[in-house]
Design a protein around this ligand. Sequence first.
Ligand code: PMP
Length: 433
Amino acid sequence: MAFHLNKSTEAFNEAKQYIPGGVNSPVRSFRGVGGTPPFIARAAGSRLYDIDSNQYIDYVGSWGPMILGHAHPAVVEALVQAVSNGTSYGAPTLLETTLAKLVQQAVPSMELIRMVNSGTEATMSVLRLARAYTKRSKIIKFIGCYHGHHDSLLVKAGSGAATLGVPDSPGVSAAVAGGTISVNYNDLAGLNEVFTQYGEEIAAVIIEPVAGNMGMVLPQEGYLAAVREITQRYGSLLIFDEVMTGFRVAYSGAQSVFGIKPDLTCLGKIIGGGLPVGAYGGRQDIMELISPAGPVYQAGTLSGNPLAMTAGITTLTLLSQTPGLYEKLAEKTKTLCAGIRAQGEKYGFTLQYHQLGAMFGMFFTDQPVYDYESAKQSDIGAFNTFFHEMLKQGVYMAPSQFEAGFMSAAHSEEDIAATIAASGYAFAKVAEY
Ligand code: PMP
């Protein structure tokens, strides 16, 4: 039978009666690309299965966490064991130290680590800490970078906010937003200018070392080193938001790839193995300000949850103990991008392809993309057509031009070949459009 989303359409309509927009996170609604989002029934390996009996090769991977693929047998087994021991205690466990140790070994700049429940919580908490440590109030972020939905960072945000055209959300008070200064990504002159004017007031610079929320945008040669240098010079803290890039572009994150040591790092996604986890950590002298070691308050009923810790420990253990896993991920991701590029060229499309490790992105423009403004030059109509044609052929890409793609260890060579073939059909449709 031809591809259809009849049950998903019905489910979406019903969901809208109970949930704002029918979803619990905006980009899932397909508002940017139009149409109905498939409602997912289950997932395994590289595949998603929806309630209309369609299956998809999945390059969203729950927006990053599922680097081992869905329902990895070792993760499932560990969770089944863990669940029978109770699901939450509100008291310390060995699991929390085990995961913190694994993270610390992978990312040595994180000398002390605090577990939270989402990336948003991690970035929110780390800004409070940075302000407390430096006794300064202003924060610099980059236009098109997304760090979660709390007030100080919902300023010129990317991701869902960019897609939906809500750069500054109503409800964020002017006072809070005013403490956040936005600068163009990859624009050192702009950053220098802000430091010249406000240097002594800047508590921290928070950055996605590889941006993934305006589509995937790479830092230019020497850029991150220059950001490190200027923050040091002014006594501001450098925060790497590696919620997406941590354990994704490399086991030890973007900071290992670019050889930069931030003062503080935020993590999420992969460290929870598909369960809700975030973390922040960094220099011991800074992290010791966190309660109860110090006076900066931050807490969580479910923080360090035993199921979440178990999924994270199992995931990181497999990632670190499987020889050649990251090399293979990078190789597959390169093959995918090269294959799609070749298909595009057949139909006369010159796109921008970015890739690092198991993360990739493509922009429907023939001009270089290095910041949000250049990302926005993409032909969104062409992207939307491409996206829907891929979906019809069983390939689930991120439903927005302004999101990255994620490869998993479960993607087979056949999956990749099928995706490349599908992209040929999709480009043919875009050429007609
Ligand atoms: N930081 C980055 C870089 C992210 O990509 C995201 C989410 N995509 C977040 C923070 C927020 O994480 P969460 O959705 O878990 O709150």
